[in-house]
Design a protein around this ligand. Structure first.
Ligand code: SME
Length: 164
């Protein structure tokens, strides 16, 4: 896979996601290394959606305790570790559900890696019914994510779950 990513010329997100999704399969299918695939998925999402920050936090062991550790991402530098139940990412991990936050200032315990981040969507990615990592997408605009993002990002999640 050395071809360029094709990005929809239309600015609406349905066109952009619809053009992107089929390409993600071919982008990742020839590679077995998870981190390499996550890195390319983060880049493809960033290029396509023109968002502030997109990346992954992976559940890892640290001295007998599990926490989320920063993985491949695109955007400004970010917090490296997040505890179970903390922030939007830690809550998505704890509750095993998608969390859509229209206004991060209104989310109790939101972790502000950047003050520019205004809205956020986090999706858990499961292996054997346990959260193995989360996909976090941040916008510098309020109320930037909706059910369209949830629908298409859930397809990205399913693609990753097949790799685990
Ligand atoms: N805001 C997230 C932390 C990760 S950064 O936004 C990249 C949270 O509250 O979990």
């Amino acid at each position: 896979m050395a071809e360029n990513l094709i990005i929809a010329t239309e600015s609406d997100k349905i066109s952009r996601y619809s053009t992107l999704l089929p390409q993600l399969e071919s982008l990742t299918s020839g590679e077995s290394d998870l981190i390499a695939n996550l890195a390319n998925l983060a880049a493809a999402l960033k290029q396509t959606l023109d968002i502030f920050w997109v990346g992954f936090y992976l559940v890892k062991n640290n001295a007998g305790k599990q926490e989320l550790v920063l993985g491949p991402f695109q955007g400004p530098i970010a917090c490296t570790r997040i505890r179970f139940g903390n922030g939007v990412c830690g809550t998505s991990w704890k509750e095993k559900r998608v969390i859509l936050v229209p206004d991060v200032d209104a989310f109790p315990g939101h972790i502000a890696c950047s003050s520019a981040s205004k809205s956020e969507i986090v999706l858990p990615i499961l292996k054997n019914n346990e959260v193995a990592l989360v996909l976090d997408v941040d916008s510098d605009k309020l109320n930037d994510f909706d059910s369209t993002d949830e629908k298409y990002l859930s397809q990205v999640v399913q693609l990753i779950e097949k790799m685990l």
